[in-house]
Design a protein around this ligand. Structure first.
Ligand code: URA
Length: 256
């Protein structure tokens, strides 16, 4: 972590105040005065400010149930920001691991730990996001194979990574994807001649949405560490199901 960020995380100073302290020669990293704001602080390093040892606050990990007609940015646009629902200190230090559109509801994960959210958002890590999709037109079984093979989205160089489409009924499906391209789910259904009527994210990795709309809770230690495990429950749960079972919409007892 950068030295200026470390100081913010271990004091009440803003990034600007922290930079001033560093440049002013009042910060020592492992006993040596350091005037570089971008110097890296590693685990077990000692940082002092005016001779006082600094201890970084623990990272925070939250889940929230995003209501419709809210936005995931801090910027005041047409709709209120989801950050308005966070009645905690320093909410502005948190970022969202995978934003949702204003009209999409469901599971958001928030943190101030950039390494952790990287494991969730980077497609190479294979973290699965499960969306419940309601559609304007009846679904056709042929979409299952198309989604499994990858969909070429307009204006994109590469098709989407393989995804899992489970048809619940004619106009409802569960879609599991490992990417987070711009309006990805809506564009995937548009590419097969359908249109998303409403969209709800109900699962990320092994974490299920279990709070009411507009509410949030801290993640448990197990939930936080579940993202460093290569095989998530969801991948066993969804990817092991034969296509025929997905087409009929039959769910296994373990699914609930
Ligand atoms: N895909 C979309 O199209 N919208 C979202 O909000 C999330 C995924």
């Amino acid at each position: 972590m950068r030295l200026d960020k470390f100081i913010c995380k271990s004091s009440n100073l803003t990034r600007l105040d922290a930079s001033e302290q560093i440049i002013g020669g009042r910060v020592c990293l492992n006993g040596i005065v350091t005037t570089s704001t971008s110097a890296q602080v590693h685990q077990n390093n000692t940082v002092t400010l005016n001779g006082q040892k600094l201890i970084a606050r623990a990272f925070r990990y939250l889940l929230m149930h995003k209501p419709a007609r809210t936005i995931c940015s801090n910027v005041d646009e047409h709709y209120p920001s989801i950050f308005n629902f966070l009645d905690i200190e320093r909410a502005s230090e948190l970022h969202i691991a995978g934003r949702l559109d204003a009209d999409t509801t469901g599971l958001l994960l928030l943190t101030d730990d950039g390494h952790w959210s990287y494991n969730i958002t980077v497609p190479a890590k294979g973290c699965k996001k499960v969306y419940r999709v309601f559609l304007n037109r009846a679904l056709d079984d042929s979409a299952i194979l198309k989604f499994a093979e990858g969909i070429q989205l307009q204006g994109e160089a590469r098709p989407t990574l393989p995804s899992r489409l489970e048809i619940v009924n004619k106009k409802e499906a569960l879609l599991t994807i490992t990417e987070g391209r711009f309006h990805q789910v809506k564009r995937m259904f548009a590419a097969v001649g359908n249109r998303v009527a409403s969209l709800h994210r109900e699962q990320i990795g092994a974490i299920n949405l279990d709070v009411d709309e507009g509410h949030w809770r801290h993640l448990t230690e197990n939930e936080v560490s579940s993202f460093s495990q290569p095989s998530e429950i969801v991948s066993r749960r969804i990817l092991n199901q034969p296509l025929s079972r997905l087409v009929t919409g039959e769910r296994r007892p373990t699914d609930d």
